[in-house]
Design a protein around this ligand. Structure first.
Ligand SMILES: [Fe+2]
Length: 224
């Protein structure tokens, strides 16, 4: 890692902590001007975020050794061509049974808030490297017991100079709940989140490239 890369990572994470320190409801931009529009509980993004994010992350789910999943891809600037270094990608997901479980013994697990909301323990952060690449090692999430949505992984982007914003969920095209109707309703925020997985050596492999700002409301025009 170069000195500049290291400095950039440190800066991104300091920014993240600066965001965390802001009061939740009073200092945030109104939804009509916020980059990305309305976003429920954006502060959860920063709960237990590490001081330094790595370019490769392994979620606590990986050690369960059930339907292991490797996600990778490149994060690009809004031109869709230039790799974006130093962008943090936060993810969280259910376990294989479709539950967001809080496990107090897991250091990154999120305790429920006063409303009982939690992102559970299968969550993490990666920062894109010099080439925009990221790698996440986790497990395939389960479908909610209600079966009203495909199995999915939520993802949020943290860029250095603007507020965090969510992108399309990671979902998988072999899921019977990824129907034509579901596909047609996707906003394609930062591009499609519908992945085709292939299994290699007992690990599901999926690739998703991300184009910053694509289909993101209020994205700064100076960054296009
Ligand atoms: Fe969810």
């Amino acid at each position: 890692m170069t000195v500049s890369t290291f400095t950039r990572i440190i800066c991104v994470c300091i920014l993240a902590y600066a965001c965390k320190s802001q009061p939740n409801s009073n200092n945030q931009a109104p939804n009509n001007s916020r980059v990305g529009g309305a976003f429920e509980n954006p502060e959860f993004t920063y709960t237990k975020i590490p001081k330094v994010c790595a370019t490769v992350d392994t979620s606590p789910g990986w050690k369960r050794n059930i339907n292991r999943l490797h996600l990778t891809g490149t994060i690009y600037q809004s031109d869709g061509v230039t790799p974006a270094q130093g962008v943090v990608l936060y993810y969280y997901q259910t376990n294989e049974e479709g539950h967001y479980l809080h496990k107090p013994d897991e250091p990154r697990s999120m305790p429920p808030n006063e409303n009982g909301q939690t992102h559970g323990y299968i969550r993490g952060w990666v920062v894109s490297d010099l080439n925009g690449r990221y790698d996440i090692y986790t497990i395939r999430p389960g479908v909610y017991p209600t079966r009203d949505a495909p199995a999915h992984i939520h993802a949020t982007i943290i860029e250095p100079t603007i507020n965090e914003y969510y992108i399309d969920d990671y979902v998988f095209d072999d899921d019977s709940l990824v129907t034509p109707s579901y596909v047609s309703k996707q906003e394609l925020r930062c591009g499609s989140g519908i992945l085709h997985l292939e299994k290699k050596d007992s690990v599901w492999e999926g690739k998703r490239n991300i184009v910053l700002g694509k289909n993101i409301p209020n994205y700064p025009s100076t960054k296009h």
